[in-house]
Design a protein around this ligand. Structure first.
Ligand SMILES: Cc1cc2nc3c(=O)[nH]c(=O)nc-3n(C[C@H](O)[C@H](O)[C@H](O)COP(=O)(O)OP(=O)(O)OC[C@H]3O[C@@H](n4cnc5c(N)ncnc54)[C@H](O)[C@@H]3O)c2cc1C
Length: 533
């Protein structure tokens, strides 16, 4: 069973432990856990539904289900659930199984002036699936039953799946056929194919397999204005590509139903190596060289010294850290360094050559291959999100933000961003611990992904004010540096107010016109993407 107030499966427990607690306490002070609401508290407070239970429409009005589907994974979402301040839950949760269920739901929404929130895995970190106070009935449409592999065209490498399919289910179904989908976001365990496309994400292997826009080949959209089929052409010059209209549409245009994905051959070799590079500028130059020379890596991830220290501090195994430091000492390398992870994947021979080429480039920039770290990182990668709950339970908030910019602007943006975040809680006399990695790299630039941690207040309003101060400080720097306000998390409601600065007046007019064309009555996910609620 999914956790109702945080990441993950209820059966998995990832305690913070002494080492991690000391690490964070040393940086931002001792945490005080705020009072926690129980699921029963919240279920008991749910107001009566404004719609009737409907087995024929597959709508449930069960109070617990409405609480469980009321929010995603943004910090305001978690705060609402944990502090027990859930201002709104949907009036019902629909769980459609067929396209005809979706069509009937759209007709029902039109008749009852209800709004619909498409809900994939509910892993949005930008408020993309959050229920809100509304004069109209609200129905969250859980797509989990619209799942499974429908068709595999092995010759073309095209796979058709239901949009509610999760990453692990898809990987398992395809592995037996010698295929794989290269999209692996950290939310892989629960995020769905529909959510990947609708939020325009990027997975760990974006360098090799591409972002979702390169993997998404076509499919069908059911919108209030009708259906739209998108053929999986390998390429086309037939005017603007409507697939790019659907990518990043965040539920505003309709429901993604069957989705066609470009699959790759299941790799013979899939390896990650870790290097220690003594300083950030060298690590950056090594990475730029690897990407601009199109060496062919499947992934590349650079941690700043602060992030490297945090990863090591959070590894919870002091003996491993001591061994690693001894190893670096033997190689006459500093124990303060930047961790660089490089991945090679594919057919054995070319992947080995890519691995060797990366080793040679990193050596030129002073990199030293370090043992054990890549394996430990790969093993714990999907467990890391569980630590967010463990931190909360010890009185700490942890959140992330991401952006992308050109190589020429990256260092200045990083420095301004970290300075702005570090000072954002000065009015409260509180500290923020922030650290960054670059993990999606392109010939012309890179993404920046910053994690920040701060202390929770007993009062939820104060915690949210602290969070907002950090987000505002960071987003203003991002906008001033003309970087994008989202590299892969999407816009949701949290960033919608900043979209006009990026798209401009005509761009926003075009986006609003698109939404109007697909959804003239404004049924679909209002407030998300466009600040129009
Ligand atoms: C711990 C953690 C790690 C993450 N790591 C990554 C990462 O590495 N890379 C990355 O890209 N993102 C990441 N994310 C963000 C999030 O997981 C992605 O945006 C993901 O693609 C969302 O998928 P989902 O199925 O959970 O969508 P949801 O959260 O359910 O929905 C996201 C948006 O898409 C819409 N939507 C969902 N399904 C459909 C559909 N069938 N039709 C139309 N609209 C739909 C929703 O209305 C909403 O606006 C992470 C999130 C968390 C919590």
């Amino acid at each position: 069973m999914r956790n109702w107030n945080g990441w993950g499966d209820e059966s998995v427990s990832t305690p913070l432990g002494k080492g991690r607690r000391t690490f964070i306490e040393d940086r931002i002070g001792p945490g005080t856990p705020p009072p926690e609401a129980t699921l029963q508290d919240l279920v008991g407070k749910v107001s009566p539904s404004r719609i009737a239970e409907s087995p024929s429409l597959r709508i449930s009005t069960d109070a617990e289900l409405r609480v469980r589907r009321s929010r995603g994974q943004s910090l305001p979402d978690l705060a609402a659930l944990r502090y027990g301040r859930l201002e709104a839950v949907p009036d019902g949760v629909a769980r459609p199984e067929t396209t005809s269920d979706i069509r009937r739901l759209l007709a029902f929404a039109r008749e009852t002036v209800a709004n619909l929130i498409p809900y994939g895995g509910g892993t949005s970190v930008t408020g993309g699936v959050s229920a809100y106070v509304s004069p109209n009935p609200l129905i969250t449409v859980d797509m989990s039953r619209f799942a499974g592999v429908r068709d595999v065209d092995e010759k073309s490498g095209l796979v058709t799946v239901g949009s509610g399919t999760t990453g692990p289910a898809l990987a398992t179904a395809l592995a037996g056929r010698g295929l794989a989908i290269g999209h692996e976001p950290q939310s892989f365990e629960f995020a769905t194919v529909g959510g990947w496309v609708a939020a325009r994400g990027a997975g760990l292997r974006s360098l090799g397999s591409g972002r979702i826009e390169e993997i998404f080949a076509g499919g069908r959209l059911e919108s209030p204005a009708g259906s739209m089929d998108m053929e999986p052409f390998p390429a086309s010059a037939a005017g603007p590509d409507l697939r790019h209209v659907v990518l990043g549409s965040e539920g505003r245009l309709g429901f993604l139903m069957d989705v066609v994905l470009r699959a790759e051959r299941f790799p013979d070799l899939d390896v990650v190596d870790a290097y220690a590079v003594a300083d950030w500028d060298h690590a950056l130059e090594a990475a730029r060289s690897l990407v601009q020379n199109r060496v062919g890596l499947s992934m590349l991830r650079l941690s700043t010294p602060a992030e490297t220290r945090t990863l090591m501090g959070f590894s919870n195994k002091p003996s491993d850290r001591r061994l690693l430091n001894a190893y670096l000492g033997l190689r006459r390398r500093p124990t303060e360094y930047c961790l660089v992870l490089v991945g090679a994947r594919g057919r054995r021979k070319p992947a080995k050559a890519i691995r060797a080429e990366a080793a040679s480039v990193l050596k030129q920039w002073g990199g030293v291959k370090i043992p054990g770290v890549a394996a430990a990182w790969s093993k714990s990668r999907f467990q890391a999100p569980y630590l967010r709950s463990a931190l909360w339970e010890e009185g700490y908030a942890s959140d992330t933000l991401e952006t992308a910019t050109s190589w020429s602007g990256a260092s200045r943006l990083l420095s301004r961003l970290e300075t702005a975040i570090a000072g954002a809680l000065a009015p409260w006399d509180e500290h923020v611990w922030a650290f960054t990695h670059f993990s999606h790299l392109y010939p012309s630039g890179t993404s920046l992904y910053t994690t920040f941690m701060f202390r929770l207040a007993a009062d939820p309003d104060e915690t949210l004010a602290r969070w907002l101060a950090i987000k505002r400080a960071a987003t203003e720097v991002i906008a001033a540096e003309r970087a994008t306000i989202s590299h892969h998390h999407g816009i949701g409601t949290d960033l919608a107010e900043y979209l006009p600065a990026e798209k401009g007046a005509l761009g926003m007019h075009a986006l609003r016109s698109l939404v109007q064309a697909f959804d003239p009555e404004g049924i679909m996910n209002p407030g998300v993407l466009l600040a129009d609620r």
